[in-house]
Structure formats: C-alpha cells, structure tokens
Design a binder for this molecule. Sequence first.
Ligand code: 8DG
Ligand code: MN
Ligand code: MN
Length: 371
Amino acid sequence: ATVSPPTPVATVSQYACQRRTTLENHNKIFTEAFEVLAESYEFNMNEGQCLAFRRAASVLKSLPWAVLSLGATQDLPCLGQHTKKVMEEVLYYGRSFEVDNILSDERFQTLKLFTSVFGVGPKTAEKWYCRGLRSFSDILADRSIHLNRMQQSGFLHYGDISRAVSKAEALSLRNIIDGAVHAITPAAAVALTGGFRRGKEFGHDVDFIVTTPELGKEDRLLLNIIDGLKRQGLLLYCDYQASTFDMAKLPNHRFKAMDNFSKCFLILRLESSQVEGGLHSVEGDSRGWRAVRVDLVSPPLDRYAFALMGWTGSRQFQRDLRRFARAERRMLLDNHALYDKNKKEFLAASTEKDIFAHLGLEYIEPWQRNA
Ligand code: 8DG
Ligand code: MN
Ligand code: MN
C-alpha cells in the first residue's frame, strides 16, 4: 500500500456519496479516536460536534493512503481545528489525551455499557446513570425501574446478541428466511442488505429486504413470515411495525427519521447445525444454538430501489447522499422516494443505478459505501 498521497492528489469530495470507501481503512488510528469523540458528543446531545467527527472519520476512511503528517491533510475537506489537534496528538504521541480521558470517564463507560443493551438508547441510559445506577445488576435489582419488552429481551439474550454475527451465520439466516418466504409465495424475493451487503465479515445484526410482486401485499407477507418463524420455534422476540407509508408525502431529507415501510425487529434462534463451520458464539456452539438480531423490511415493489439503497447504508453514506441531493441538486431523497423540487415531480427508480443517475452521480458499488 502507498503511504503518502500520490501526486497530484485528486480532490476529495466533502460528500461520502462522491467517494469510494472500501473496508480497507489505512487511517484506523485516527478514525477510532474520532469515533470515541463522536460517541461522547452523542451522549452529551451535541449533534453538531458528533456529526463533525463522524464526517472527519469518513473522509479519512476513504483515503487509499495513510496520513503520516498534518501537512498531508491540507487539501482534505471536513477536518476542522479540533480534529486536527486530535490527529496531531496521535501523530506525535501515538495517542490522544482527550480520547484517553473520555475512555476512562465513568459516565462515558456507563453510558456505553447501558446503550449496548438492545432497546436502550442514550436517553434511557442517561436517566439510569443520573439515578446512580452503574451496572446491569444495579438496574436489574432496582424495583422502581420498568423495563419494556424490548429491553427485557435485550438483557435476556445479552451474551449472544452482543457478540458479532458472522457472514456464515448471516447466510444461514438467509436460507431460513428464504424458506419461510417461499412457503408463503414463490414469487416473493429476499435480499441480504445492511453491512453484509457492503462486504463486511461481521455485523451486529442481519438485515433483509423482502418484497412481493403484487403491490399492497407486503404487510401481509411480513406477518406471514413472522408466523412461519414462530411455528418453527425460531422466534425469540418480535417487534412488528405495520406500514404507515404515504406515497403522496414528500421525502424527508433528515436522516434521523426512519422509514414508514412495514418492518420488524427480531431476535431469532439459530441452530449450530445450520451454520457452516459452526456458530461464531463459542458458548452458543456448545449449547447448540445462539440468539441473533434480525431486521426485516418490506417495501412495496415500486419503492424497492429506494429501500435497498437506504438499508444498505452506511449511515454516513446515506446521510451524505441526502445532503448532496438537497444542497447540490434541489432534490429530496429518503428510503421511499426521490423528489425534484425544480420540476416539482417524483423521479421513479427500479434500481440503485437509476437513483445515482437521477442525482448525476457516478455509481458507487455497495462494497464502496463503507463511509
Ligand atoms: P452492522 O449491523 O453490521 O453493525 O451495520 P449496518 O448493517 O450498517 O447497520 P444497521 O444498524 O443494521 O443499519 C443498516 C441500515 O439500515 C442503516 O443504513 C440504517 C438503515 N435503516 C433504515 N431504516 C431503519 C430503521 O427503521 N431501523 C433501523 N435499525 N435501521 C434502519 O434505513
Ligand atoms: Mn446491520
Ligand atoms: Mn439493522
């Protein structure tokens, strides 16, 4: 690998959707530090600073060379005073003192621990921290705390679902979902999306898109799949959300809003015997099974390309795709649709390539979207 910028250096875009970002990260020492800072700002509800560090990390991840001096970052976008100060520390001392302080901070450590539970977000974690709770046993012993169904499952399956899901496990789950879908309708299709579609070897969950060729049948399809999984004894947890999709609505460029398609957040039981090479979870392998987090989304067929794009991620890539559409093209993009504000019309797409083309962007492969 090259370690210095080739000359002349091609300009790096401020938008992740105009960069190709593979899983090969030559600047991990910096991006890992930025991730800690971003998370810390997230815990402090400082969205601006959080995003600034996520953007900076994303720019460095896209470089085919390692940054060896501050001078090499001169022409890079999205790197402010603060990020450069952190990089300087890392370059000279091999570590950032600011990051070290965060990592040893009790509040940060506790919020990190609490948010690692399925169903616990930063707000709940903060509430528990303010009550003086510091460990899982503190939470489980506190009778005044009410855990919702999601959080109860989160604690129940904590060991399994906090362990990464392997590619082999994801492919085995695809066969299981495929089987459940085809028992219902042979015409329906299942696609692996999320991090695994971007080529990752491990993930925190497995994401699938399911679709049926008949418009309007997608809600029913998802309910039938859930029913099939339940009858096979594989369903450990299910949070089903019916569609609230409204095709007349303009796309919402704000990335925070999740989509309105029918979807479900599941915890499934995966048998060791179903996975080539066995389970990734060591305890699970001796037990014969493990719990895995699975997300299913079911858009109507004419919105398939938009849903696939959104659910393929990465989050930073999708955020920038929307920001680019709005700022550079006066278009609104989300997981449902693309709207041209100049022409005042919706732009249809049947593939991801159509969406990139509408936006006047070069096509970026899923494995190049690891921004
Ligand atoms: P990982 O699981 O390997 O850790 O990474 P990932 O696959 O990239 O992350 P993810 O949290 O599973 O999310 C995958 C994509 O799905 C991400 O770009 C965000 C997107 N997504 C939506 N809508 C929704 C939603 O309603 N809920 C969730 N959890 N993710 C959504 O577009
Ligand atoms: Mn995922
Ligand atoms: Mn997911």
